[in-house]
Design a protein. Structure first.
Length: 323
């Protein structure tokens, strides 16, 4: 859920962990194709419903296993509904919440914090990050709403490191480029707006053009991710040892600055749904969008290069271990 722009530089702890894990698993580096088709990496990571809508999902084994490994916890995945009740009650009785992927509520994940007979108590994710405690809510669940259950085990040595996370981010960046998200998007913009004659453009169904504007806004918005990526690396610059790793600190800052530039596009993306095309001309409107796509691609390539440099330094400093 959106934690509010004001929290980017001064967040609460829950938001810090949200952006940390959202970024480290690679989801914050995803971009949506203008044609709406999910990319290979969005499917692998489990990004929402595959159409750019984030519904609390990232539930593929690829992502879940990485996040437990990065946080340093053992876990048990249970898909047999007959085992849910005993597993949840045992976990709660041991003082540990359980994590459930639901078949209801759009397939979101919920944290189960208690039980009463066949009723489960869960925090309500849409108000969890509210600073006003009166707005925080709990919701009840039934066992038959659970699709997959994750039981949190003992704390252990993390199986994954920052370097592993950066390798995942790099993989997403490279996939965005290889799938030609921006090049294909520019081709579609030319086909829809720039190339048609005035007569042809005038015959475009208004609803189709409205839907096109929304797809443009989603692609430029970088999904939900402009703040999450930005905040994660902004806070890295505050805690990193600048005396020991001066090269890294400079690169972290550059990465943060680049994502801030993308964030400005995200804030401006909504204007494509309301701009009067006739005020600036059809060709001018199309060229404006193309210019933004080209700049986003340029920023993306620069960020990919920075991530590669950081990975190289981490490997060198740790003797190849990436710690």
């Amino acid at each position: 859920m959106c934690f509010g722009c004001a929290c980017v530089r001064d967040p609460d702890m829950q938001s810090v962990y949200f952006v940390l894990f959202d970024t480290m698993c690679g989801r914050s580096a995803l971009h949506l194709r203008l044609d709406g088709k999910p990319t290979e990496m969005s499917a692998l990571i489990g990004d929402g419903d595959g159409t750019g809508g984030w519904k609390g999902k990232c539930g593929t084994d690829y992502t879940v296993d990485f996040l437990f490994g990065l946080a340093g916890y053992k876990y048990q995945k249970i898909i047999d509904a007959n085992l849910f009740k005993n597993a949840i009650t045992a976990s709660i009785d041991a003082g540990r919440p359980a994590i459930a992927e639901l078949s209801s509520d759009g397939g979101t994940f919920r944290v189960i914090t208690g039980y009463d007979a066949d009723t489960l108590v869960s925090s309500f994710y849409q108000t969890d990050q509210s600073k006003n405690t009166q707005e925080k809510q709990t919701k009840t669940l039934s066992y038959d709403e659970i699709k997959t259950l994750y039981i949190v085990g003992d704390k252990t040595t993390p199986r994954y490191t920052l370097k592993d996370a950066l390798e995942r981010i790099k993989r997403v960046f490279e996939n965005n480029i290889s799938e030609k998200i921006w090049d294909d998007g520019i081709a579609e913009i030319n086909k829809m707006i720039v190339n048609p004659t005035d007569d042809e453009f005038g015959k475009i169904n208004p609803d189709d053009f409205k839907a096109f504007r929304k797809r443009v806004a989603k692609t430029i918005t970088n999904q939900f991710n402009s703040h999450t990526f930005d905040m994660a690396f902004y806070h890295v610059t505050k805690i990193y040892d600048k005396d020991r790793y001066p090269e890294l600190l400079d690169l972290w800052r550059k990465l943060d600055d680049h994502q801030t530039r993308l964030g400005k596009y995200a804030h401006a993306a909504g204007r494509f749904n309301s701009i009067n095309v006739s005020d600036i001309g059809r060709a001018g409107f199309g060229k404006m969008i193309i210019s933004e796509f080209e700049d986003i691609k340029r920023i993306h390539l620069e960020m990919l290069d920075i991530v590669k440099q950081i990975i190289f330094i981490l490997e060198k400093e740790a003797g190849g271990r990436g710690k």
